[in-house]
Design a protein around this ligand. Sequence first.
Ligand SMILES: [Zn+2]
Length: 187
Amino acid sequence: MEWDEFKNAIEQKAEQIKDEINKKIVIPVNNAVSNIKEDIRNFDILNTSEDVALKSHYVSWYKNRLIIRTDLSRSGSFGIVFLSRNIGTGDYAKNTLNHEYGHTIQLKLLGVTKYTVFIGIPSALSGGLEELDYYSMPWERSADLFGGVKRTTVYLPYIDAISYLYLANVKLSPYPDYFYGGSIHLP
Ligand SMILES: [Zn+2]
């Protein structure tokens, strides 16, 4: 009698462990593998479809840019686009993808140093602004223009011209000489 109880308890425990392993390892790993397979199937270096990029789970390719999906609340880019998984697949998501793509064009235009100083840092610092104000900042607005983003919110007046002037000014201005090391002349 006691032996039977013992045996039952062991069998129950074994069943529990099996369920846990299934729930915590086997099913998630299977899902990840099928998601990776799907990403590989959809990976196309000629892809220009927003939907294909937004359907990806881990990686994708969009207009000649590598897209990596993250669990961060915000999307960002530095040549590579780090696209949050939380944005869904609707208009907001398309705008986000194209805005970040626009940032990669700015990077190409300005190079790493100027992009970091005049786009990346101001962009990070303006993160707390309301959406309308944020996307009306000169360093953000040209990303929307390059990405072809049309927001329903209204931008600040003259911001298109201002954002192009800002970009041109950054592009044409020389690097401060501490970037390459100038000589100093003491009196
Ligand atoms: Zn931005």
